[in-house]
Design a protein around this ligand. Structure first.
Ligand code: NAP
Ligand code: GDD
Length: 343
């Protein structure tokens, strides 16, 4: 029998790469999709015939119980979230509901379908659960690089909700003996990244400027430092975390630090343009509370999971610019992306 995985957030960047990866490993892959969302119009449109879908929403407990009961998965990857940090100041309650309480709802669905009651230990044979935690939880971190032992100081409602998701995952592991892991992933990008995130906003703008469709690129804090990796690499780590003998918490990143300014420079350089001629710093795009510096210490993950990133940051930015130069030619398909790129 093939192993069966249920992915929430399958229409997102990570969901699309994870679905591809699990299919390549021979998994039967199910995606939780919301309401009238049509996977055929999303990032996974090419995969639709190889996937199965079940309706559900992280805001709706009963729908999650039904989904888990119907799919009877071996592994659940909870990637669903409102993932754009600035949105969390505008809709703090909604983001808390989806990104925080949504994790509890999914754990409860697994607990109910598995018939687990506290106190309970040793359910290794049960459903394995992956929670998409985030380096945003480290926020204003007391140390750099950040490891599994670094304390949390989230700086946004998004980060606070993710801290709740992290601890409730850990708590269900400790309370019910669930195989539940928290992957604390640092920023990861790809040509499939949403256009509101800074790397994609830059790659799309560079492509548009190069092709004569845009004049300027408005950005916020150019000094922010991130540890950016390639999403295709990070989904391998998610899967590896669920194959360990014991569940745990893991930090995944590259260990390399770059500023937003570096990203801009690499991208404009790649098409032979000087970024100083095009970038405008817009104070409205600076966040109410910024995370200034994030960098992962991946010693534990690289040793125990045998995991390494394969794409450097300059390679990643160039990959995204090349892809967007191809895509911008088909502008009519990107009306929504261009709108989002005004963030
Ligand atoms: P993404 O592209 O924004 O995808 C988010 C996914 O969540 C979409 O499939 C979306 O579905 C789904 N979703 C939103 N609200 C939902 C709800 N109420 N119920 C069920 N599903 C819902 O995000 P991503 O970059 O792939 O990130 C995946 C996960 O990793 C997220 O939890 C994110 O917070 C976390 N994370 C990401 C990074 C990163 O750098 N990418 C780093 C650390 C952690 P629709 O298509 O229906 O909107
Ligand atoms: N989006 C955006 N737009 N960011 C900008 C801009 C801009 O115009 N100008 C500067 N930045 C800076 C932000 O202030 C931030 O410091 C950095 O670029 C990265 O911003 P994003 O790409 O929006 O990502 P993020 O770090 O806030 O969050 C992403 O990574 C987290 C993991 O650390 C998201 O994927 C989160 O979901 C994820 O948890």
């Amino acid at each position: 029998m093939p192993r069966r995985a249920l992915i929430t957030g399958i229409t997102g960047q990570d969901g699309s790469y994870l679905a591809e990866y699990l299919l390549s490993l021979g998994y039967e892959v199910w995606g939780l999709v919301r309401g009238q969302a049509n996977p055929r119009q999303s990032r996974i449109s090419r995969l639709v015939s190889d996937l199965s879908f079940v309706y559900g929403d992280l805001m709706d407990q009963a729908s999650l119980v039904s989904a888990v009961d119907k799919v009877q998965p071996d592994e659940v990857y909870n990637l669903g979230a409102i993932s754009f940090v600035p949105m969390s100041w505008q809709q703090a309650e909604l983001v808390t509901e989806v990104n925080g309480m949504g994790v509890l709802r999914m754990l409860e669905a697994i607990r109910m379908v598995s018939g687990l009651t506290a106190p309970h230990r040793g359910t290794e044979a049960g459903i394995r659960f992956y929670q998409a935690s985030s380096s945003e939880m480290f926020g204003k971190a007391a140390e750099t690089p950040q490891s599994e032992n670094t304390g949390f100081h989230p700086r946004s409602p998004y980060g606070v909700a993710k801290v709740y998701g992290h601890f409730i995952t850990k708590n269900y592991r400790e309370s019910f003996g669930m195989y539940a892991v928290s992957g604390m992933l640092f920023n990861h990008e790809s040509p499939r990244r949403g256009a509101e995130f800074v790397t994609r906003k830059i790659s799309l703008a560079v492509a548009r400027i190069k092709l004569g469709h845009q004049d300027k690129l408005h950005l916020g804090n150019l000094d922010a430092v991130r540890d950016w990796g390639f999403a295709g690499d990070y989904v391998r780590a998610m899967h590896a975390m669920l194959q360990q003998e014991e569940p745990g918490d893991w930090v995944i990143g590259t260990g390399a630090m770059h500023t937003v300014r570096d990203a801009v420079e690499i991208a404009f350089d790649h098409v032979g343009l000087d970024w100083l001629d095009y970038v405008v710093v817009d104070p409205d795009l600076v966040r109410p509370a910024e995370v200034e510096i994030l960098c992962a210490d991946i010693k534990r993950a690289s040793a125990a999971l045998n995991w390494q990133p394969t794409v450097t940051f300059p390679e990643l930015m160039r990959m995204m610019v090349d892809s967007d130069i191809q895509q911008v030619g088909r502008e009519h398909e990107f009306g929504d992306l261009l709108l989002a790129a005004n963030w």
